[in-house]
Write a protein that binds this ligand. Structure first.
Ligand code: F1P
Length: 342
């Protein structure tokens, strides 16, 4: 089996190892927040930027500290639109390799110009990011051979969710994750495989609100990188304002519904099914109708803080199986390198 498949399946064990590392560093990590902070900026590139979008949303919702997810290049190209003078920020830079030029540059620029503390989240202990950050969080077990990021994405996102919950002394609510994820992947992989192998789909739309929006972008990038498929990503209700014009019988909508906004999301999806779309739905409550393929997470203890993380492996598998059915190697996507150095 390809590295990508192995790395997707390593996520439950990775969660177990990450939670152990995070527990050990919890006291020192939360001490960074003893001084008051006006804002937290999450930053990364590609998959790590998609991660930053969901991380920022979850972090602010849990801690009430204003948080944003920003592409690394914007930090040093357009800082005035991000940092307000006299305000105190913490920068959380995310990079699997810890060597991506824009992300390392963003961290250096921030440290030099805004003299705030920095957290570097990476999977490579000897990397520039790990060496330059005030506080490195390193998950060496999530080192990946594949160009595409899978386990590294979910592990680093877990690191942020853990930090947010630890600041509220609620990190124990994550202890279910490893076993639950292992069971769910085993149970639902055939569902994803069979959908990915339906080659009549020509349009792929990813929908997510709030903390799911970054995950929707990540699912979109996985499908694009691995299977060379054109994709689009929207907030649910934004899709009505024009883009829905393309929906037809060859459209697959990948819908990451939430607890909070399900009634709005469900109504939009029914309208799209009426236009002929097939809906691949991941969420708590079942979506009815012959055009819905559901992967459900009904347990009460699953919330809009943990569900986004649980969606990720199934979106990664969608990209993997579609690459395979198209005779492509998911480990080495077209045009891509494992690290982007400028
Ligand atoms: C970020 C990234 C990945 C992309 C490819 C190239 O890497 O852009 O998102 O899939 O692997 O690198 P990193 O900064 O997280 O190492």
């Amino acid at each position: 089996m390809e590295y990508t498949y192995q790395e997707i399946h390593r996520q439950p064990q990775g969660f177990r190892e990450a939670l152990t590392i995070l527990q050990d560093m919890k006291v020192n990590l939360t001490h960074l927040f003893r001084e008051s902070i006006d804002g937290v900026i999450f930053t990364g590139c590609g998959t790590s930027y998609n991660l930053s979008l969901s991380a920022a949303y979850i972090f602010q919702t849990v801690t009430h500290i204003p948080s944003r997810g920003i592409p690394s290049s914007e930090i040093f190209l357009f800082p005035d639109g991000i940092f307000v003078p006299e305000q105190k920020y913490l920068l959380i830079a995310i990079s699997r390799s810890g060597e991506t030029t824009e992300t390392v540059k963003a961290l250096e620029f921030f440290a030099h110009n805004y003299s705030g503390k920095t957290i570097g989240i990476t999977c490579e202990s000897g990397s520039a990011l790990a060496q330059k950050a005030t506080f490195p969080i390193v998950f060496p077990f999530a080192h990946e051979e594949s160009v595409v990021m899978t386990q590294s994405f979910s592990t680093m996102l877990l690191g942020v969710i853990f930090l947010a919950l630890a600041l509220q002394k609620k990190e124990e609510t994550l202890s279910f994750l490893p076993e639950y994820t292992a069971k769910k992947i085993l149970q639902e992989e055939p569902t994803v495989k069979s959908l990915a192998e339906k080659l009549h789909f020509e349009k792929f739309i990813f929908l997510g609100n709030g903390p799911y929006y970054g995950i929707a972008w990540e699912g979109s990038l996985k499908l694009k990188e691995m299977s060379l498929t054109s994709t689009e990503t929207f907030h649910f209700l934004e899709f009505r304002h024009g883009p829905k014009s393309i929906v037809d019988g060859k459209t697959l909508i990948i819908a990451l519904t939430s607890q909070k906004a399900f009634s709005y999301e469900q109504k939009l999806l029914q309208e799209m099914a009426d236009l002929g779309a097939t809906i691949f739905h991941l969420g708590k409550n079942p979506l009815g109708g012959p055009q819905a393929v559901n992967i459900l997470f009904p347990e009460d203890y699953l919330t809009d803080f943990s569900l986004p993380l649980l969606d990720a492996p199934f979106l990664q598998l969608l990209g993997y199986f579609r690459a395979k059915v198209r005779g492509l190697n998911p480990d080495t996507p077209h045009n891509l390198t494992k690290v982007v150095k400028l």
